[in-house]
Design a binder for this molecule. Structure first.
Ligand SMILES: *Cc1c(COP(=O)(O)O)cnc(C)c1O
Length: 376
């Protein structure tokens, strides 16, 4: 029996294709595209997204999770899968043996990995141009590269860095960092060290309009129609379409309570007027919430309703004023219903977090299906 789920999320693969083609346009037709699908494809469902990207055409996928990489391989994804620095040398060796392309970020780990391998495997090297996180610092990176290429069993297929910036006011900083990576790669080339792939730009650099000399870009945010910047206003954002189209549930119960009723329902104690209260099977367990004092709307029959309370597995909403609301009616938590829309930004504002954090809370909690794309 194929029972329809009461609650589900819809992703728009047409929007994904649109965003990818915009990214390619920004990057230039010659640049390879590595699609970042970490964290369950930024909460969109890693398998559906990877299958779509493979069909539309990207050059590689990148994730920080060996489990995710394994899932994709067993489900028919044949694209190269790059692993961002993700674990200990022992697991890095295992990942390389299984055919993924792990990242090496320092000489000590590279040496351990090289000695543990029995035959050659492919790796990427990561250089830190100034984020202060993972990767060999650019000042010592030349030595790192020279040592690594002499280690046994390591085939260096690429070299990359990461220059994220969330405030557009930091774009000068980022541009300088990109240039320092370009100089580093040029110097290496002049000394006879070349690699099949070089990469430095992620969504922020592309959307800021930067160009560099690397052969590839690695993008996540932009593919999903998300802004990598703290404010949504950064250049280029307006061209993107949201891939997370909607999150929906259904009314599973409706209660009518008369004025003066001494009940306590959905945060109402004693009713000064008649109320119609609806219940949906979505709660904190699904990442939904209503911070104290915040008004969160949902949509029923194309109209806004106020959320009264969110408990572990249920949400109650005020249906007063919604004509003809009935059990089984669709409830939109995110997305459009007729003329009304709840955007990711609305929800993020109400929850007091960033849009991507909203997606992370909902990630994996809803069955995800693909939406029909509307022509636009
Ligand atoms: C996540 C990640 C990216 C992609 O960044 P976006 O801002 O989502 O485009 C690129 N490179 C590295 C190393 C990453 O971890």
């Amino acid at each position: 029996m194929n029972l329809e789920k009461a609650s589900y999320a819809e992703i728009d693969l047409g929007a994904l294709a649109h965003n990818l083609s915009y990214v390619q346009q920004l990057a230039g037709q010659d640049k390879q595209i590595i699609a970042s699908i970490k964290a369950n494809a930024y909460g969109h469902d890693v398998l559906l997204v990877a299958k779509a990207l493979q069909e539309i055409g990207v050059d590689a996928l990148a994730t920080g999770s060996l489990d995710e990489a394994r899932l994709l391989r067993t489900q028919g994804i044949t694209l190269p899968i790059l692993l961002f620095a993700f674990s200990t040398p022992r697991l890095t060796v295992q990942a390389a043996i299984e055919g993924y392309i792990p990242t090496l970020t320092n000489l000590e780990a590279a040496t351990t990995v090289a000695n543990a391998l029995k035959k050659p495997a492919a790796f990427y090297l990561k250089v830190d141009v100034g984020l202060g996180r993972l990767g060999e610092p650019i000042n010592t990176a030349r030595h790192f590269v020279e040592e690594v290429v002499n280690l046994p069993n390591l085939r260096v297929d690429g070299i990359y860095t990461h220059v994220p910036f969330a405030q557009t006011s930091k774009s000068d900083w980022a541009e300088r960092k990109l240039q320092s990576f370009d100089r580093f790669i040029t110097d290496l080339g002049n000394a006879g060290y070349t690699f099949p792939l070089t990469q430095a730009m992620a969504s922020c650099c592309l959307l800021a309009g930067f160009l560099d000399q690397s052969s590839a870009v690695c993008v996540g945010h932009a593919l999903y129609g998300l802004s990598p910047f703290e404010s949504d206003s950064g250049e280029g954002i307006n061209h993107l379409k949201p891939v997370m189209k909607s999150v929906k549930s259904k009314l599973i119960h409706i209660a009518h309570h008369a004025k003066g009723s001494d009940i306590a329902v959905g945060g109402l104690y004693g009713l000064e007027r008649a109320h119609t209260v609806g219940v949906l099977p979505v709660g904190m367990a699904h990442g939904f919430c209503r911070p104290p004092g915040k008004d969160i709307p949902v949509l029923v029959r194309g109209q806004k309703c106020r959320v009264l309370s969110v408990s572990l597995e249920h949400t109650t909403i005020d249906l007063s004023g919604i004509d003809g609301a009935d059990t089984g009616d669709s409830v939109t938590l995110l997305g459009r219903d007729a003329e009304e829309i709840i955007t990711l930004a609305t929800l993020a504002d109400a929850w007091g977090i960033q849009p991507l954090e909203v997606l992370m809370r909902l990630s994996g909690k809803f069955s995800v299906r693909t939406a029909e794309t509307q022509a636009s």
